[in-house]
Design a protein around this ligand. Structure first.
Ligand code: ASP
Length: 328
């Protein structure tokens, strides 16, 4: 009897404690934001700027970036899928959320059902760049050089399912030319090798290439947006569509996610903070300066972002299946 008397209050207390935790969230405990690519790359860059912009709306809580890189972004995503759903471990991912289900054969999590979607952050076009010593100065010369060098040409990417992998596949298929792909854990280390001349080409987000193009550390041949970009460093770079590749358009979205089961009020606090961050003039300025377009439409709403990712999966799945590329 006595034992039973004690059980009831303890269960009730446990429920109260959990409710109180969600009400106090985030409190003073830091939040870990997992980035599934290397530090210094474009996904990392969005994450660090966002962590700063979300800090104030979350009551000054520190957001620590954890670069859990590798396997085209699936290692970091899996880490968050398996983390405690308490709002203290989040994921910032990109279009890989839409390409991984098709490209990574034994993916250890489900993009559709293992995450709470917190909202979309931005859209970022890509650029086709080369090592500075590559002997071509415009797209026509690049094509001639590619044809002369065929599969000897190296093309860097951040692993199967990464944005650079996707863009590289489309590029090879548009040109009808296979190249030797070189995977890295992110495009930050890949960029070091492109600048150093160890790799010939890469297609990467403008958030990673703009400053290197401006500093003439790499050559730029095309952008993947339908039209030219207005950023000073990129305004003279033609779009793939302008160069005659009518269907060539890649835009890389970035979104924020939490493990499935994260309490609804914690999700709401995170979405509210995200919305404030996306209106932060400093965040917008930093992103726009690198060619990114910060989301201002309904895709910032979790349900809309979920719909958008589902549509991206449906859009890319047949393209990727046709390309016949998989990773175990
Ligand atoms: N831009 C990379 C990609 O190819 C990822 C990164 O390093 O942020 O997806």
């Amino acid at each position: 009897m006595n034992a039973l008397k004690f059980v009831v209050p303890l269960v009730a207390m446990a429920g109260m404690t959990f409710g109180a935790m969600a009400a106090d969230y985030p409190g003073t405990k830091p939040i870990t934001l997992v980035v599934p690519f290397s530090a210094g790359g474009p996904t990392d860059r969005v994450a660090r700027d966002l962590a700063e912009a979300m800090r104030k709306p979350l009551g000054g809580t520190i957001i620590l970036v954890d670069n859990a890189a590798g396997a085209g972004g699936s290692i970091g995503a899996n880490k968050v899928a398996k983390a405690a759903p308490d709002g203290y471990t989040l994921l910032l991912h990109h279009i890989g959320m839409a390409t991984m289900p098709t490209l990574v054969r034994n993916i250890p999590f489900k993009v559709e059902s293992d995450f709470e979607y917190l909202g979309m952050i931005n859209d970022v076009p890509m650029t086709i760049i080369s090592r500075p010593t590559l002997p071509a100065n415009n797209f026509a010369e690049l094509r001639d050089w590619l044809q002369a060098n065929k599969a000897k040409v190296n093309l860097a990417n951040a692993g199967v399912g990464a944005a650079s992998h996707l863009c590289g596949l489309l590029f090879m298929s548009a040109l009808g030319q296979p190249m030797t792909t070189v995977p890295y854990k992110g495009t930050a280390p890949a960029m070091t090798d492109v600048m150093g001349g160890q790799v010939d080409l890469m297609c990467d987000q403008t958030t990673n290439t703009t400053q290197q193009i401006e500093g003439k550390k790499v050559k730029a041949f095309a952008v993947t947006s339908p039209k030219r970009l207005t950023t000073a460093a990129l305004k003279d770079v033609p779009s793939m569509q302008e160069l005659g590749f009518k269907d060539f358009q890649v835009s890389i979205f970035h979104g924020l996610y939490a493990p499935k089961g994260t309490p609804a009020d914690v999700q709401k606090k995170l979405n509210d903070a995200l919305k404030i961050a996306l209106k932060d003039p400093d965040f917008i300025k930093k992103q726009e300066g690198l060619g990114a377009v910060v989301v201002t439409d309904k895709r910032v709403e979790p349900a809309e972002h979920r719909k958008f990712v589902a549509a991206e999966i449906a859009k890319w799945s047949p393209v990727l299946k046709a390309a016949g590329v998989y990773a175990e």
